[in-house]
Design a protein around this ligand. Structure first.
Ligand code: ACM
Length: 509
């Protein structure tokens, strides 16, 4: 067949079939259960920037959009889409699969005078990995609920399944908790650059969780421990160790003109690795147990993320004992502990899943730490920083962004890696999934998130969903460039302020 349409992530199989295109209009009949019908109206209205009624109560024999669950389709999240001038049928293993099929349909639409055309086509599709995530750092800069919901819509449109919220860091604590109200009363009104910060009430958090669930995303909350905890000391000085200011940290702060971290004062700089909870005091463990207990109660999803990264201010033996004890605490709460790969060296609870944030060419230390999770058979989520840390600059001229992950990350570099090729001994069976991350040291609004995420989030989504890099001619940079460029008009209609990268042939509508 000719080049396949602009679909990202790349489906397993796309076949052009005989026949004229389907014409979708606001009056196209919709045959679906009420939840799937609501999802179809929402997804297709957003994709067309137009309210599509898609009536369900029609007896007319007009060509219809039909959504149904099919017992012949597996695994969860898989779907089949068949379109032609007599109708569109999407069948799926579950409601998430129907939504995935609808997002594929959204990418197939092209405007015409009589309505929205969908080519005659058959798509059979299923995900490679069940966990397809995006991490949003709401601690370095705070983002209001509406922005988080907009990010959820963007993630859902690329068939992602998990939104990891980095809720706490040195610069602020962003989640209100009944057990410890001082955390938000005293430690939320700061952020990088000196802005006002902010926090989510418990109700806000539950609203985010519900909004995500309605789009088949699970929220993974992170309380970063025992480092990245300077903000805790604003609320509870007795729980925080004094900042450990190394000569490197002081030099970097000097270069940036930032104040050094000081106990009891809000920290608004970019430094990392200087803070720690006091691990020689049982009061810290009581505090952590309260926080994680309340968080587990508020969180329907299976994972609680405990951070564990860059705890350079923590003595190694205390770090190991802390991670061992706190991962077990989370397991005892009935949740799956998740940690950055740094914690692999500790004797963590056996069910702990690791999250690898080293480079696509790993060093020995991060390889060992990552392999520890695989030896324990709990698995690993891959977030190689030089590919899927979407806060890295695209090139030296990108206004926002950082470059510590091996320099800028071009769209091509974000695309050309394969999850099973990073660490020897870590293959598909060991990989829980792939997660992109957007840290927000240099990003303070939704437009900034959009520009840094798009189009690179699409590359990460393809690594998570599609067959291995190079396994088919379409699973290649040349194909991706063309396909992702074809999504420009859709992203404009969806209001996504993507980076108009010069190496991508952006389609005009
Ligand atoms: C990390 O980037 N420190 C997880």
């Amino acid at each position: 067949m000719t080049a396949i349409p602009a679909l990202v992530p790349l489906p397993r199989s796309v076949i052009a079939i005989e026949g004229a295109p389907f014409v979708l209009t606001a009056q196209t009949p919709l045959i679906a259960d009420p939840d799937a019908a609501a999802a179809a109206r929402r997804i297709l209205s957003a994709a067309t920037a137009q309210t599509l009624a898609l009536p369900s109560d029609v007896s007319a024999s007009a060509p219809a959009l039909t959504l149904s669950l099919g017992s012949d389709i597996a695994p969860l999240g898989a779907y089949r889409l068949v379109a032609g001038d007599t109708g569109i049928e999407i069948s799926a293993a579950d409601a998430a699969g129907l939504a995935a099929g609808l997002h594929t349909l959204a990418q197939l639409l092209s405007p015409a005078s009589e309505g929205w055309l969908v080519p005659a086509i058959r798509v059979d599709d299923a995900p490679r990995f069940a966990y397809r995530g995006l991490m949003l750092d709401v601690a370095r800069h705070f983002f209001p609920v509406a922005d988080v919901c907009a990010v959820i819509d963007r993630a859902a449109s690329l068939k992602l399944t998990h939104l990891h919220l980095h809720l706490t860091d040195d610069q602020g604590w962003r989640l209100q908790l009944h057990a410890h109200p001082a955390l938000t009363a005293a430690a939320s009104n700061s952020e990088i650059g000196g802005g006002p910060g902010g926090f989510y009430t418990r109700e806000d958090y539950q609203e985010i969780v519900a909004y995500a669930a309605a789009r088949h995303l699970t929220v993974v909350p992170e309380i970063d421990l025992p480092g990245h905890t300077h903000a805790v000391g604003l609320a509870y000085p007795h729980l925080a160790a004094d900042p450990v200011v190394t000569p490197e940290l002081a030099a970097e702060a000097g270069t940036r003109g930032e104040a050094l971290p000081t106990a009891g004062m809000p920290y608004t700089g970019l430094g990392v690795g200087f803070s720690s909870l006091r691990l020689d005091d049982e009061a810290t463990f009581d505090f952590v147990a309260d926080v994680l207990g309340e968080l587990a109660h508020l969180t329907p999803g299976p994972y609680l993320h405990l951070g564990g990264d860059e705890a350079f201010g923590t003595a190694p033996d205390q770090y190991d004992a802390f991670l061992s004890r706190v991962t077990q605490l989370v397991a005892d709460l009935g949740k799956v502990p998740l940690t950055w790969h740094d914690a692999g060296r500790a004797d963590v609870a056996p069910e702990t899943v690791g999250q690898y944030w080293g480079l696509t060419t790993p060093d020995a230390e991060s390889t060992d730490a990552a392999l520890a999770f695989v030896r324990r058979a709990s698995g690993i989520i891959l977030s190689p920083a030089d590919a899927v840390y979407l806060d890295m600059k695209y090139d030296d001229d990108t206004p926002r962004g950082l470059t510590w992950a091996n320099g800028p990350t071009s769209v091509r570099r974000a695309y050309e890696w394969d999850p099973a090729s990073i660490i020897d001994g870590i293959d598909d069976d060991d990989i829980v999934g792939v997660e992109a991350a957007v840290w927000t040291e240099t990003i303070d609004d939704l437009a900034g998130l959009d520009t840094m995420m798009f189009p690179r989030l699409a590359a990460a989504a393809e690594a998570a969903w599609s067959a291995p890099l190079g396994s088919t001619p379409e699973r290649s940079w040349e194909s991706f460039r063309r396909r992702v460029g074809g999504l420009g008009p859709l992203w404009r209609r969806q209001g996504i302020a993507f980076h108009p990268d010069g190496r991508i042939p952006w389609a005009q509508e």
